[in-house]
Design a protein around this ligand. Structure first.
Ligand SMILES: Nc1ncnc2c1ncn2[C@@H]1O[C@H](COP(=O)(O)OP(=O)(O)OP(=O)(O)O)[C@@H](O)[C@H]1O
Length: 306
């Protein structure tokens, strides 16, 4: 079943077309990464999903119910985590979640239980300080708890890690990975390594269009190349290897920087073995032989350039 369906949606701000007939869907229990350059339309898409903007064309549904601009009925099914969540700084996390539970209409018998469960999930159990004294990472963790208080069918995370340092980012990504086991997530970001850590399906937005949508592993197979990096002990061996390897049919691209050779292989999985056979047959003395897995960034660059 589809939790979110974006059907032929267009969005214009006066003369600027931000989304041009964009369609995609997010099935239940998947984690969908919406990626694109700055200004590609990611936040606009998120705002359309929560009914804060009116599309110029097309429609969106959440769990089969149509999103209506200005009418927040479908928002009862949605949790929202922005890049920098705002709180009442004079409340403690427990007080804040209690308030959110009350606003959401959660029965008071459930609020206490839910609050404890969520504070545990985000590692803020036992923290009784006021939110005003929290670090950005702690605020973002509380933001996740707040977004989950109404047990949403869809959790929208709009650039949730962009304001955090590497430690804070890791904490948030670990929690979000956990959350994807229980609810459907849509995660927008231009930090592709973060998206890759959480999402199993990806949509690539570029110049108003969704260039590609699908399973991340399949995309990597189809749109990027496996690589090998070889560090030699001396430049002579590296030069010889360059000459031998450059014309092989399964070598797609080869670059040498002094004693290091970077080789991109054509797609077939057995190519790494073929390369290894040649390396051992030649008896080259290698300091390091490393397989480089294709990344979401490789896929993105390949798709956007095409
Ligand atoms: N209310 C608005 N009025 C006019 N133009 C807007 C409005 N909101 C967004 N835009 C423009 O729409 C384009 C897409 O913006 P959006 O914020 O959706 O991009 P984004 O992909 O989220 O970018 P970023 O990664 O930088 O956050 C940008 O050119 C932006 O300037």
């Amino acid at each position: 079943m589809e939790v979110l369906k974006v059907d032929n949606v267009s969005m214009k701000f006066e003369e600027l077309t931000v989304l041009n007939h964009v369609s995609f869907s997010v099935p239940k229990h998947s984690a969908f990464g919406l990626i694109g350059k700055n200004g590609a339309g990611k936040t606009t898409t998120m705002k359309l999903i929560v009914g804060l903007l009116k599309p110029t064309g097309g429609k969106m549904t959440v769990c089969g119910e149509q999103v209506i601009y200005g009418n927040t009925k479908t928002n009862r099914l949605i949790g929202y985590l922005p890049d920098v969540p705002e709180f009442y700084g004079y409340l403690t996390p427990k007080e804040y979640l209690k308030l959110c539970g009350e606003i959401t209409g959660l029965p008071s018998s459930q609020i206490k239980k839910k609050t404890e469960e969520l504070l545990n999930l985000v590692g803020l159990e036992g923290v009784n300080r006021k939110i005003g004294s929290f670090s950005r990472g702690m605020k973002q963790r509380l933001g996740i708890a707040q977004a989950l208080i109404n047990e949403p069918k869809l959790l929208i995370c709009d650039e949730p890690t962009s304001a955090l340092d590497p430690m804070g980012r890791k904490e948030i990504l670990d929690i979000l990975r956990d959350v994807t086991k229980k609810t459907t997530v849509i995660f927008s970001s231009h930090i592709l390594s973060d998206v890759e850590k959480v999402c199993d399906t990806i949509g690539i937005l570029n110049q108003g269009q969704l260039l590609l949508q699908g399973n991340l592993s399949e995309m990597k197979e189809n749109y990027s190349k496996m690589g090998v990096r070889m560090d030699f002990f001396n430049a002579k061996d590296a030069e010889e290897a360059e000459k031998v390897l450059v014309d092989l049919p399964f070598v797609f691209k080869l670059e040498r920087l002094e004693m290091t050779l970077s080789v991109q292989l054509t797609s077939h999985p057995s190519n790494t073995n073929e390369l290894l056979k040649i390396v051992s047959m030649k008896g080259w003395n290698l300091k390091k032989y490393e397989l480089i897995e294709p990344s979401l960034e490789d896929v993105f660059l390949e798709v956007v350039k095409g």
